[in-house]
Structures are given as structure tokens and as C-alpha cells.
Design a protein around this ligand. Structure first.
Ligand code: HEM
Length: 488
């Protein structure tokens, strides 16, 4: 069921900037009205979106999600490639076919392993130190400081962190006012990521957009390429040592070992280099606003729950000592100490349950069938994109008792406790061979940010002050509130 007119009707009951999952959550929350006669909420909803985009099967059952993400590797297909092309030119992990994905995933994955990430502690502390210094300048002494947009600074931080870890480039996004050249180029290209409709196809032929894309890709490549070329130049020359740290160090190390084993010359071709550059852009694309939003949502939830903030602070006192300013030096010497903060991790995981930010999709086909019930008839997925409806799944009361309550203790209780998470129902980073490659980096970065700021500052949302700074008038604000009131 589901069609553009129905979705448009439901959508009208939400504020204009509501998340695109809201209409589907609405259908699932009121499933008795939408599926009269059904005995239980359906495990998936078919959405016929013609002519806007391909039809979707939106799944809200972890058993079914596992069938197309983990039990069987399924390509993301055309829809993903078309969507990614403005940013990656279609050579990245999210765009490629399954065999190519397998090869490149195994090349990039070692750089994102937790033990390798800990070797980046000096770079991480340096970048998070810059972030914290910016926050420090806003604080009031004593009392509340100036209102500022945390998300913007957190986003710049994520650009700088990913570039350090992936390729050891200092982008310096945190050091400029407003977006620097890389962020500006990437974010301009992100605006061109659209579903493939006849109108968008026409739009993509515009000479102005083609020129702009060419310029943006040049800007990004110019910042990343020198390090990649330096790696290539160093490869094979006598005495070359890899410091085995950045994601691309490890890609080239593996490449060199492979060539040596096969007795092939060390000569990465253009396609090899282009694929690396394309993926570097996608690491930053996929890892920036996901991580920065989670930083903000974590702090937001802690600001709303002083009892949980107190526990976080207690944990940091116990692990890093009573002086918050001493924590970075301790971490520099003992990076693994960050792993001694399970409560902080529980806060982040619960934040990602309530704000999952990203989901996934795969291309349906006759070969990919779903079994809604054990032993039941298989449902063909041909003609559909399979969407993992992670938002609705993370709020299912039968999987998550008290789904609208922020409860970090879910992540610390034993199996016998009703709050213990049902396996595979937490899908913030997805599961299976195409799950998020950057998940450990994201979790490490957010944990470190919390260690830097949770004890030193109090945070509070300041919507009204922010609206005033943005120049919203009373009339604007009233209209927004009016929109909210029309919601059922
Ligand atoms: C809180 C932060 C993050 C969240 C919530 C998140 C979430 C996700 C999700 C849901 C997927 C889809 C997985 C699938 O299709 O099965 C994904 C894929 C991916 N993410 Fe993340 N991500 C985060 C941070 C990062 C970071 C920091 C990076 C890189 C540095 C990154 C790079 C990627 C890449 C490259 C993929 C595609 C993986 C593949 O196809 O092999 N993500 N992420």
C-alpha cells in the first residue's frame, strides 16, 4: 500500500522540515487504521512512489532486515550509484557491484579497526582540542555563555578527524569561519544528490552544474591527492617504511604485498587511484553529519537528564582522575583508557537508538526473497528498493520497552532484564558485510568529545535565542507552531 497522494496527505500534517521517515512512522503507529482487518502491524510496507522514484519495500522487522543485509549479500544497485555519483563519481563502496565491493572493503577495513584507530590518538586529541577550545571561548564565567550552533563546529571537527585518520591531511576546517574549501565543495555536491526523476535527469545536463561539479571535484582531489601521490612515490623505493596508520597507508601496504607475492610491478593504475580518491570523499560524506549530529543529540539528551550526566561525570572522574583538564594527557599516554567508559558508550548507543540518522537499502530482485514468517511463502522483492526502516524499528514497543524514554541502562543490563536489547534490533550502523565501515571511528570520536566536554560544561538548548539570532520574526515562529498544531 502507499502512494504519493496518501503520503502527501500524511506529510501535510507535519512541519515542513520533518524527517522524511515521519509519514511512514505515522502509518506504522496507526496501522490499525491503514490496514483494517490486520491482526498485527505488518513487517513491511510497500510504497508505490511512481513517478517520483522506484517503488520501495520499507521493512520494520529485524528478522527481515537480516535477510537482505546479512544472510545474503545484496547489491545497493542503480539507485545508490545514481544517488552517490555527484559526490563520488560512482567509484565508491556505496556505488559498486558486489565483487568490487568485496575487494575494496577488505582493502579499506584494516584502517578502521579499533586497534588501528587508537594509534591515531595524538591526531584525534589535537583536533578535539581545537573543538574544545572553541567551545571554551563561548562559555560564561560564571553563568551561561553566548548562544552558538554546536552542530556546525561538530561538523567541521568530523571533517578534520576523518581526513587525519584516512589520509593524514590537515583540512583545517575548524580553523576557518564558515566552510573551508573542502567542506564547501563537498556540501555543494551533496545538494545534487537526488532521486533520478525525469526533471533531475534534465537538470544534471546543465552546463553550469557540470562545470561546478568539475570544479568541486578538482578542489577536493587537490587537497587529497598529494598524500596519495606521496604514498605511490614512496612505494617500492628501498627503505620505505609504512607507519601503518592511515587508511590509505594500509591500502598501499596490502597492495604492495599482493604485487610482491604475485611478482607484478608496483604500478597502481589510474582506476586504482581514482577509486581511492572517490572513497576518501565518501568517508567524509558518510561520516560527517552522522557523527556530528550524534555528538549534538548525545549532549542534548544529557542536558535533559541531569541524572545520566552525573553518571557520565562520575565515570570520567573514576577513569581519568578528578581534573577534567588532565584527561587528554592521560589518553595520549594510555589511549586504551577510552575503552574503560562503558556508561559513556551506553549513552551514545541509546542516542543512536533514538536518532538513528542513517539506514540502508538494497536492490530488490527475484533472487532476493523475504520470508515474513518462518516456513511461510517467500515474497519476491523484484521491482522494489528494500529500505531498512530503522526509525520505526527503533521505536517498536515490543522490541524496545518504553521506546520514547532515553534509557542508557538498556545497554548495561543482563539478558534477563526486559530492557535487554533484542538481537539485531539496534541497526544504527546496520549489520552484515556492507555495514558502516566507520562505526568504530564514530564511536571513538564521540566518546572522546564527551570526555573533553561533559565535565567542563553544561549545555542547554536555546531555540528562542537562536531564532532571534537567525532573524525569525514572531510571524515566522507562529507559523511554525501552527504547522505543529495541525499534527494529529
Ligand atoms: C554516528 C555515525 C555514523 C552512522 C550512524 C553511520 C551509519 C551508517 C549506515 C546505517 C550505513 C549503511 C550500512 C549498510 O548499508 O548496510 C553506513 C555505511 C557506511 N558508512 Fe557510516 N555511519 C556513521 C559514521 C561513519 C564514518 C565516521 C565513516 C567514515 C569515516 C562512515 C563511512 C561509511 C561507509 C563508507 C559506508 C558504506 C560501507 C560499505 O558499503 O562497505 N560512516 N553508515
Amino acid at each position: 500500500m502507499g502512494s504519493p497522494p496518501l503520503l502527501a496527505k500524511i506529510r501535510k500534517t507535519f512541519p515542513k522540515d520533518a524527517h522524511h521517515s515521519e509519514p511512514v512512522i505515522e502509518i506504522l503507529e496507526h496501522w490499525r487504521d491503514y490496514f483494517p482487518g490486520a491482526k498485527q502491524c505488518p513487517p513491511f510496507v510497500a510504497l508505490d512512489l511512481w513517478p517520483m522514484r522506484k517503488a520501495m519495500l520499507r521493512v520494520s522487522d529485524p528478522r527481515l532486515s537480516q535477510q537482505f543485509t546479512t544472510v545474503k549479500a545484496v547489491t545497493r544497485g542503480q539507485t545508490s550509484r545514481q544517488f552517490m555519483t555527484p559526490v563520488s563519481l560512482g567509484l565508491d563502496l556505496l556505488s559498486t557491484d558486489l565483487p568490487t565491493h568485496r575487494v575494496w572493503r577488505s582493502r579499506f577495513a584494516p584502517g578502521f579497526l579499533p586497534r588501528n584507530l587508537l594509534t591515531h590518538m595524538p591526531a584525534l586529541l589535537e583536533e578535539i582540542g581545537i573543538f574544545t577550545a572553541k567551545v571554551e571561548r563561548q562559555t560564561g564565567k560564571p553563568g551561561w555563555g553566548k548562544v552558538f550552533q554546536l552542530e556546525d563546529w561538530a561538523t567541521s571537527l568530523t571533517f578534520d578527524v576523518i581526513a587525519r585518520v584516512a589520509v593524514d591531511v590537515k583540512l583545517g576546517e575548524q580553523l576557518v569561519d564558515g566552510p573551508g574549501p573542502f567542506r564547501d565543495a563537498l556540501q555543494t555536491q551533496i545538494l545534487e544528490m537526488r532521486p533520478r526523476t525525469p526533471w533531475n535527469r534534465l537538470r544534471s545536463c546543465s552546463p553550469i552544474l557540470i562545470y561546478r561539479a568539475w570544479r568541486n571535484h578538482n578542489t577536493m582531489s587537490e587537497l587529497l591527492m598529494p598524500k596519495v601521490q606521496a604514498r605511490i612515490a614512496a612505494m617500492g623505493s628501498k627503505g620505505t617504511t609504512y607507519d601503518d596508520k592511515t587508511v590509505i597507508d594500509l591500502v598501499f601496504k596490502r597492495y604492495q604485498e599482493n604485487c610482491e607475492r604475485k611478482g607484478e610491478p608496483l604500478k597502481p593504475d589510474k582506476a586504482f587511484v581514482d577509486t581511492i580518491i572517490s572513497n576518501l570523499k565518501v568517508f567524509i560524506f558518510a561520516g560527517h553529519d552522522t557523527t556530528s549530529s550524534t555528538i549534538c543529540f548525545s549532549l542534548y539528551q544529557l542536558s535533559k537528564h541531569p541524572e545520566f550526566l552525573a553518571k557520565v561525570r562520575e565515570e570520567h572522574d573514576a577513569v581519568f582522575g578528578a581534573d577534567p583538564l588532565a584527561a587528554p594527557a592521560l589518553l595520549l599516554e594510555h589511549p586504551h583508557k577510552i575503552n574503560e567508559t562503558p556508561y559513556t558508550l551506553a549513552v551514545i548507543k541509546e542516542t543512536l537508538r533514538m536518532y538513528p540518522l542513517a539506514g540502508t537499502f538494497r536492490e530488490g530482485s527475484d533472487e532476493t526473497v523475504l520470508h515474513a514468517e518462518e516456513g511461510g511463502a517467500p515474497v519476491s522483492t523484484a521491482g522494489f528498493d528494500l529500505i531498512d526502516g530503522v526509525w520505526e524499528l527503533h521505536y517498536r514497543p515490543d522490541l524496545w520497552p518504553r521506546p520514547y524514554d532515553f534509557l542508557p541502562q538498556r545497554w548495561l543490563v543482563g539478558e534477563e532484564d526486559p530492557l535487554f536489547p533484542v538481537p539485531y534490533s539496534w541497526r544504527a550502523f546496520e549489520h552484515g558485510p556492507m555495514n558502516c565501515i566507520g562505526k568504530d571511528l564514530a564511536l571513538l570520536e564521540i566518546r572522546l568529545v564527551l570526555v573533553h566536554v561533559a565535565r567542563r560544561y553544561d549545555f542547554e538548548t536555546a531555540w528562542e535565542e537562536w531564532d532571534k539570532i537567525q532573524g525569525y520574526t514572531e510571524a515566522n515562529i507562529d507559523r511554525l507552531r501552527g504547522d505543529l498544531r495541525t499534527r494529529k
